[in-house]
Structure formats: C-alpha cells, structure tokens
Design a protein around this ligand. Structure first.
Ligand code: ZN
Length: 220
C-alpha cells in the first residue's frame, strides 16, 4: 500500500501472479495457495519488482517458470533479483550462504530464516555461493526444470531428460524425504559432457507434489 499497490490473493489461472498498472496505482493478484506463504511472498516481491522497474508495460502475468528465470528474459531476471534482494537481503544472506558448501539443509535453514520457499532460498544460495551447483527439479523420473548460477563447464539437460536409474533422485521411494550428500558419477547426470569435473548429489522428495528437488555440486 505504501507504494500504491494493492495485493489481492485469490484464484488465478495459468500464472502465479499478475500485476495490473493504472496510472500511478496498481493491483497485484497472487495465487492463493493452501500452505505456501513463502512462495506467495516471493511472487508478491517479484511483481513489486516489475512495479518499481518496468513501467513500459501495463500488465504482467508471471508463471512459475518466470519466477525462477535468471537467464532468458531480462525483465523476469530483474524482477527475480529484486525479489531475492528484498526478501533475502545480501547483508544477511551472504554470511549464511556464501562460504559453506551448498546443501539442501542449508537452503532449508535459509528458507525458514527468510520465510521463502525452499526453491527461492536454494536459488539464492546458488547465486551467492562460492561453490558451483545446479538445482534440478524432476517429476515422474524426468527433469522438469533446472537452474544454474555459474556455468564453467557448459552443462545442460535435454528437455524431459530421464533420470538415470543410478541417480539418488531416481531411487527415492515414496515417503523418503531427504538424502545426504553423496558423490556420484558425472555421466549419470551429464551423459553428453566432454568436460572433466566431479559432482555430488543430494535430493529431497515432496511426496504431496510428486516432485524431487536435487542439488548437484560441481567440483574440479
Ligand atoms: Zn514477472
């Protein structure tokens, strides 16, 4: 309200959040989830980023993919960086996330501390960490999406790449929630790479969503 924007939670089809600008006031509509306060806070902060920085358009409808886009659309990237800085300010997040090896437990700690989703905290961790890591989301044993911050080795996943049966993510059973960090063969996740690097894998499963989040940490 202080920035002349009204936030209204409610049902939304086809997007996570929407900003409508009319003159010098605006309305942010955000999808009302049952228990996803952290996710909703990031969506609102993202739309506030569009509100503060992008007045060339009167209307933004942002999908879940937009809310983790740091590479494709400059405007979505800016809105995400704005939201990350607003909810996880650098002077607080850096001491927590910069030095230690990135792990899902650390991302969980940051998610609780800053009241954001595990995904938003993990992506913040990737960007602040001195280590190189990749966050991969999979469902039905296929890669749904992935986020990388630094990319020294030019790694990539095929669209809907099948999880390798020897990956930890593939072996997680229903009910199994989190694994520890384990070294795995690089080819399991990157069968087409010619670069030489090692990876360790850690996965967490969300039985209610049927999704698995995997953190791959890259080592020389
Ligand atoms: Zn957006």
């Amino acid at each position: 309200m202080a920035r002349k924007v009204l936030v209204l939670p409610g049902p939304l089809e086809g997007c996570e959040a929407r900003l409508t600008r009319k003159g010098n006031s605006g309305i942010i509509r955000v999808r009302a989830g049952e228990d996803q306060m952290g996710r909703r806070r990031f969506s609102i902060a993202h739309e506030l980023g569009h509100w503060e920085m992008h007045d060339s358009s009167q209307w933004y409808a942002c999908t879940a993919a937009n809310l983790r886009d740091y590479r494709v659309s400059p405007e979505e990237r800016e809105a995400n960086i704005f939201a990350s800085e607003l909810l996880m300010p650098r002077f607080l997040a850096e001491p927590l996330l910069q030095k230690p090896e990135p792990t899902l437990a650390l991302a969980k700690q940051a998610a609780a501390e800053f009241n954001v989703s595990l995904t938003a905290a993990a992506i913040r961790m990737l960007h602040l960490s001195r280590h190189e890591a990749i966050l991969v989301c999979s469902k039905n044993k296929e890669v749904l999406w992935w986020v990388i911050a630094k990319d020294r080795f030019g790694v990539w996943f095929k669209s809907k790449q099948h999880l390798h049966p020897e990956s930890i993510a593939c072996c997680l059973e229903n009910g199994e929630i989190i694994t520890g960090v384990q070294d795995v063969n690089t080819e399991i996740w990157f069968p087409n790479t010619s670069a030489s690097f090692g990876i360790s894998e850690e996965s967490i499963r969300f039985p209610n969503l049927g999704m698995t989040l995997t953190l791959l940490t890259v080592s020389d």
